[in-house]
Design a protein around this ligand. Sequence first.
Ligand SMILES: Nc1nc2c(ncn2[C@@H]2O[C@H](COP(=O)(O)OP(=O)(O)OP(=O)(O)O)[C@@H](O)[C@H]2O)c(=O)[nH]1
Ligand SMILES: C=C(OP(=O)(O)O)C(=O)O
Length: 233
Amino acid sequence: MDVAPRTPPPGQAHVLIAVKDLDRAKSRLAPRLGPADRNALVLAMLRDTLAAARSAPAVGEVTVITPDATVAEAAEAAGARWYRDPEDPGGDGLNGVLRAAARVAASRVADGPLVALQGDLPCLAGTELSEALDRARSYPRAIVVDHHGTGTSALIVGDPSTEFDPRFGAGSARRHLDSGATALAGNWPGLRLDVDTAADLDAAAVLGPGPATAETLHRIGWQPGYRRSTEFI
Ligand SMILES: Nc1nc2c(ncn2[C@@H]2O[C@H](COP(=O)(O)OP(=O)(O)OP(=O)(O)O)[C@@H](O)[C@H]2O)c(=O)[nH]1
Ligand SMILES: C=C(OP(=O)(O)O)C(=O)O
């Protein structure tokens, strides 16, 4: 990771978003969507997530970590920076990549928190993220638990001397809590709604996704509950 240092304004957060190769992304949607539609959806959800994160006054900088050139282009177009995945992230895909990115970011973060945010939050509002960041100030390490109550939408590490130590993956909320993180309370449906399955996407369509995701859902003809209602016929 060779990036020129640029220090975000004091007190503002540096948000890290990791996105894997589009060809491997959102495999749990494969039963409902072909590769082209899945790729378009991943990019659209990322665009909406980036737009919301960048609109939050509490956020000073957003960096996408990805091995994928198309994702990197989308990040740049949204005004975010990007790093390429390290050659050897340490054996643990997402968490290794985030640890490596955090090491680079930590060398130039002023005094704001470092945040690992999921990139599949199509209903995220900047105000939700700002509120969560504000609430996280009272804790050295905090998380936003996802809408299922088991995963993690965001890990917020406010104390730069604290190890970043991301523990994402299935059941990550418990692991983050065990690592000393505090689960933040707040009415943040968009921040909590990470989309991995058809049911999640249905929920996002109902809650109200950002413009990129809304347009993509329309274009690919996504019909909430379609399969579930016909499966039993
Ligand atoms: N840069 C980077 N991002 C990753 C890597 N592994 C996972 N991610 C991202 O981390 C988030 C959670 O990963 P997963 O749940 O494994 O993958 P997903 O694409 O969301 O969904 P599934 O394929 O259905 O598991 C997603 O935004 C992924 O794109 C990795 O090795 N490198
Ligand atoms: C990576 C996570 O979730 P998902 O695999 O559902 O994206 C997580 O909640 O830590």
